[in-house]
Design a protein around this ligand. Structure first.
Ligand code: DWN
Length: 395
């Protein structure tokens, strides 16, 4: 039986975080076919074509986790929980970005790994110990030699970005202390399927994990999940608390619950993925018709939050600068650039949505609550948002 089953074709796509300078917009962009696969044996969902880490995560990386209050709050709350329940002496973060998680801890206790040197520098400037390198066994051995083992390893939205998962966990096993805790946080495949968020798939998200698939990989490395927190972060994420199998920590009920829910939904069955593919196709049709309708009203349509996710949606649905006037984004490194593939100008967010705007496409739909709170004035004045999840609609 064929192990890897291709179930979704999201068409020709550019690299999701490769924002263009003005000088690049008339040049031919590098594109690839974004195809999503389900492995019937390991139950792992992954993208077919992958790119090297060097190509995706380098000193031009634009993403900053500090750009949303929601993320800052989530990191702060987790740090509080860690201090109270685990009280680790040494903490390592894999993919520390601009230090939004680490800043909640004593600098002497932490090490951050961040291969994007431009982002790593931000945390280093705040006097945190950060290493601008990729996570692998060589680095893990060096850390162990120099700093000793770690009681806590945390990684949010990073492990799913690394192709060689065996090397990831081999490296973790080198550094994690015998009784240490590993906490991983990544988008939940179950929520992605339920909410039709096909934009969780792009070149950086090599995997979207289910509990079932992650459990299988961890077992190979003598690790196991003992607790799961379902978070609303990034449109539905899971926070996995992991221990060495040999450690006698009680497996909490949340693990059993997640297992039951995933099995009930059919996350281990290929038919589930073909049903998802049908829903994605109709979501595309509906979104295109919504944009057509908005355009017919002769009102300005803009985008809010030029996300990696919106690169997938816009290129898949072929919505470009003929439809969306410009994007607003708070990230300095994205401003005055153009969205990959669709060439929509990204402008600085100056605190308001201008009153000539009729519709706002919510690229950062995962921060809907935070953004709606901020944009009360626009909403009160009758301004509308376009959102694609769980199904495309105007709100
Ligand atoms: O896994 C990944 C996630 C965590 O971050 C990476 N592969 C890349 C990145 O993906 P993304 O670009 O889809 O992430 P976000 O966090 O959904 O991006 C939000 C964007 O919206 C940022 O560019 C900041 C912007 N934003 C804004 O302009 N105003 C966000 C908020 C909350 C706002 O009020």
């Amino acid at each position: 039986m064929k192990k890897k089953i291709e179930f979704l074709d999201l068409g020709q796509q550019p690299l999701a975080n490769y924002y263009l300078d003005k000088s690049q917009i008339n040049k031919i962009e590098r594109k690839y076919r974004l195809i999503i696969c389900f492995d019937n044996q390991s139950k792992l969902v992954s993208i077919k074509k992958t790119f090297s880490s060097k190509m995706m995560f380098n000193n031009k990386y634009p993403y900053r986790s500090s750009m949303s209050q929601t993320m800052q709050k989530s990191f702060k709350e987790l740090a509080r929980q860690i201090k109270k329940k685990i009280n680790p002496k040494r903490i390592l973060e894999i993919g520390s970005n601009d230090g939004s998680f680490l800043k909640n801890f004593n600098k002497k206790k932490t090490i951050g790994i961040e291969p994007c040197a431009n982002v790593e520098r931000i945390t280093k400037k705040k006097k945190f110990n950060t290493i601008p390198k990729y996570w692998n066994t060589k680095l893990a051995r060096n850390i162990l030699k120099k700093h000793g083992s770690m009681d806590l390893i945390y990684s949010a939205n990073t492990i799913s970005h690394i192709k060689d998962l065996n090397d990831v966990f081999k490296s973790i096993n080198i550094v994690l202390s015998t009784s240490g805790t590993l906490i991983l946080e990544d988008p939940s495949l179950l929520e992605c399927l339920k909410r039709n968020t096909y934009d969780q798939f792009y070149n950086e998200h090599i995997y979207v994990f289910s509990y079932l698939s992650l459990k299988n990989i961890l077992r190979k490395h003598n690790l196991e999940i003992y607790k799961i927190e379902n978070l609303d972060i990034h449109g539905g994420s899971n926070r996995y608390f992991i221990k060495r199998i040999i450690n006698n920590i009680k497996i909490e009920i949340s693990v059993k619950r997640q297992n039951k829910e995933e099995i009930k939904y059919g996350i281990d069955k290929k038919a589930t993925y073909f049903k998802f593919q049908k829903r994605v196709e109709s979501s595309k049709k509906k979104l295109i018709s919504i944009f057509k309708y908005c355009k017919s009203k002769n009102k300005k349509i803009i985008g809010y939050g030029a996300t990696a996710k919106s690169t997938t949606i816009l290129n898949y649905c072929k919505i470009n600068n003929q439809t969306i006037d410009y994007f607003l984004d708070t990230t300095k490194d994205k401003q005055n650039k153009y969205t990959p593939g669709t060439k929509i100008k990204i402008e600085e967010y100056k605190g308001v949505i201008k009153n000539d705007v009729g519709y706002v496409f919510l690229g950062a739909w995962n921060f809907k609550k935070e953004i709606f709170k901020k944009e009360k004035k626009y909403i009160k004045a009758g301004g509308k948002f376009i959102i694609h999840t769980p199904f495309p609609k105007i709100i």
